[in-house]
Design a protein around this ligand. Sequence first.
Ligand code: DGL
Length: 248
Amino acid sequence: MRIGVFDSGIGGLTVLKELVRKYPKNQYFYFGDNKNMPYGSKSKKELLNLSSNIVDFLISKNVDILVIACGTLSSNVYEELKNKYNLPIYDIISPTIKYINDNYKKVGLIATKMTVQSKVFEKKISNICSQACPLFVPIIENNNFNELNSAMDEYFMNISKDIEALILGCTHYPILTDYIKPYFPNTELINMGKVLADNIEIKNSIDKSVRLYFSKVDHTLIENVNKILDFDYQLEEVNAWITRSRNS
Ligand code: DGL
């Protein structure tokens, strides 16, 4: 199967990694729009524009299904994308909501500003406290962790410590697991990519290949990708379509 996976940058690689672990024999096409990140503070209109360009690009690669490996896009434009395109599209949030309601009574959520504002988790999970963490994505993408501790001190102060699970509601956040865990030693950290991979049904086919497309390729990106992925990939920079859409 040809599977399209996309995000604002490297965060969705945490989802891709889980999909490849569970369904290795497939052809994966990943798009990370790191030139335009962070998505977490963009308007719904901007998010729809950017994600439509990405979907058009992935459809041009003849993908059979699409996975929105981004909490911000899943919480803000999933319905619009589903209505606009005629192929199966999976969001990253729905499986996590079901998993939480089946297993936990009191949880926390950390996510981007746009995800928290959408209240997509709060509408379906009764006992949940949420906190936006807008500095996390730029810290991760720029691979510059100098301000991480002060940001975590500030954000985590607002989250009750007696939660059973903490939803990492942005796909970038599993990259910070080792930093977040000491703040919540007795709490399960929920990786949405793992929940999705454990719940989605994809048939393994014969070939395996992983192609990564990013809107900006530089040394930092390659370093970041190699920290996350433990399998071979092909990498290409793609940005022509972004310029085109801006001028149209
Ligand atoms: N990985 C995206 C998410 O899950 C990050 C959004 C951003 O670029 O701010 O929300």
